[in-house]
Design a protein around this ligand. Sequence first.
Ligand SMILES: *[C@@H]1O[C@H](CO)[C@@H](O)[C@H](O)[C@H]1NC(C)=O
Ligand SMILES: *[C@@H]1O[C@H](CO)[C@@H](O)[C@H](O)[C@H]1NC(C)=O
Ligand SMILES: *[C@@H]1O[C@H](CO)[C@@H](O)[C@H](O)[C@H]1NC(C)=O
Ligand SMILES: *[C@@H]1O[C@H](CO)[C@@H](O)[C@H](O)[C@H]1NC(C)=O
Ligand SMILES: *[C@@H]1O[C@H](CO)[C@@H](O)[C@H](O)[C@H]1NC(C)=O
Ligand SMILES: *[C@@H]1O[C@H](CO)[C@@H](O)[C@H](O)[C@H]1NC(C)=O
Length: 474
Amino acid sequence: MSTSIYEGLVDMISLLFSLFTSAVAARDTFYPPLNHTTFITNTSLGTYGGIYSAPADQASSPSADDVYNYCSMPHPRLETYSLPLPIVNGSTSGRLVYLEYLQRHQRRTPYNILPGGENQAYNCNNLQPFLYAAPTSQNPSPLHVYAQSYSDPTNPFLATYVNGSCQYPQLTVGGFLDGYQHGRDLRAVYLYKLHLIPSDPAEESGRKVWLRSSSSALTQESAGGVLRGLWPEYQGSLPLHQQAASVDTVDQGFSCSARSDLLSAIESTPVWKEHLTVTASLRNQLADMFDANTSSWMSTFDHFADNFQARLCNGYSLPCSLKDESRCATQQQADEVFRAGDWEWNYWWRHNANATRYIQLVEGLFIGEVVQHLEAVAKGTSTLVYSHSFVHDGDLGPVLGALGIKALRWPGMGSNLAFEIWETADSEHYARVLYSGRAIETIHGTLDWVPLSSLLAILRPFVPEDIVSMCSAA
Ligand SMILES: *[C@@H]1O[C@H](CO)[C@@H](O)[C@H](O)[C@H]1NC(C)=O
Ligand SMILES: *[C@@H]1O[C@H](CO)[C@@H](O)[C@H](O)[C@H]1NC(C)=O
Ligand SMILES: *[C@@H]1O[C@H](CO)[C@@H](O)[C@H](O)[C@H]1NC(C)=O
Ligand SMILES: *[C@@H]1O[C@H](CO)[C@@H](O)[C@H](O)[C@H]1NC(C)=O
Ligand SMILES: *[C@@H]1O[C@H](CO)[C@@H](O)[C@H](O)[C@H]1NC(C)=O
Ligand SMILES: *[C@@H]1O[C@H](CO)[C@@H](O)[C@H](O)[C@H]1NC(C)=O
């Protein structure tokens, strides 16, 4: 009797759960109600229709309707790509003349190892991260050495670190394969269907390509996979443009004291404190389990989220305490950590009162570079047809904030923005901005087909006039 009541309850709960999850339409998984802390604490929200798992040694499969997938975000692909409506319905004719593409690197090992140590090893023996230098003349050409990370059992620090054969972070083989598929899909859409990207990346004609990355190994490693998918037959090597790390305009390269001052202010508001208060019990349980009661683990959800995501996105389980292996992080705790992470990203780049200034300080110079590319297209002076930048979540976030995205979940692995510029028969330029393969929904409306001048007007306020003095201002 009590069993059947119990089973009835379980059935009802799972029915309610499936009603809720099926009620989250695929596009809604990108736009949760992130502007209130009930998003974090409402456990019935689960992952809000998002995916947080991926196979260890294979490419991720796309979900049927391309929902938010932290481990392998959707991207433009032939199966789901649709042309702009005014082109489809014949109200105008036009062609794609320029693509500005930004993406986060693909999935990887974590940045943050649990302070008490990890109960599972990470295996990276199935990937060879090469690093060698060659004279431009190729003479003599170097031996192709790669890093083979290993754990030496006599190293006494290993006991409270992580066992295995990886660097932290580094691309995983799953991340490489996701990148390769990402590139193949871009090839199908932008090379074969829309004839924009040249089939030879080194082509000297008018259709030039610009490839850029941050100076981190992760973004370069991702580029190798993605670009092989894009140009499978190409035999040579290719330059990946980078600025010097200490002044880089991506990945917070240049130093800027005003940036950290403003972040402290943003993280001192009553709303920020409220999200810490409502999560105090969760943070204390995790801190206790993983010896993580330090400000870097307790003041934001960045570290726990990063640690859990890296495990789940590469075929591993959530971690257990090294002191007591029967105490493990639960899926429910992980879901709440991820919801809190999403809330924080929305707060940093959209919801806090100083978001515009914060975006200017972090990403304003890079947004300025994008604006210059788009202005050249508008003036007809662009020498490029395609620019692809391999960057970080910390770059995608502020650009999405500048676009005024309706709600900002943490931009997952391989998350991407495609700024498509179309030229109509009467030589007008229109822009369409795809976020992870779909026209982005913003406070300015869906950026599906807007005059290029309107897109530029949205972005320009985020380009600082004098970043050097802004950064040094007290
Ligand atoms: C939160 O966002 C929703 C739409 O996503 C909006 O209707 C509501 O007014 C917002 N609330 C606050 C407090 O900004
Ligand atoms: C929690 O989320 C569910 C599903 O959206 C909603 O029905 C419920 O009202 C929410 N509860 C609170 C306290 O916000
Ligand atoms: C085509 O779609 C555009 C954009 O929605 C709309 O403004 C236009 O009226 C449509 N034209 C036709 C012929 O349906
Ligand atoms: C690390 O893994 C190796 C191989 O599985 C094992 O022999 C060794 O005991 C492990 N070391 C630690 C510190 O867990
Ligand atoms: C974490 O440290 C603070 C002060 O350093 C202490 O008040 C708190 O109880 C600690 N929490 C846990 C879970 O150990
Ligand atoms: C941050 O926003 C608040 C409220 O709008 C404002 O009073 C304050 O001057 C801003 N701080 C900075 C550094 O822009």
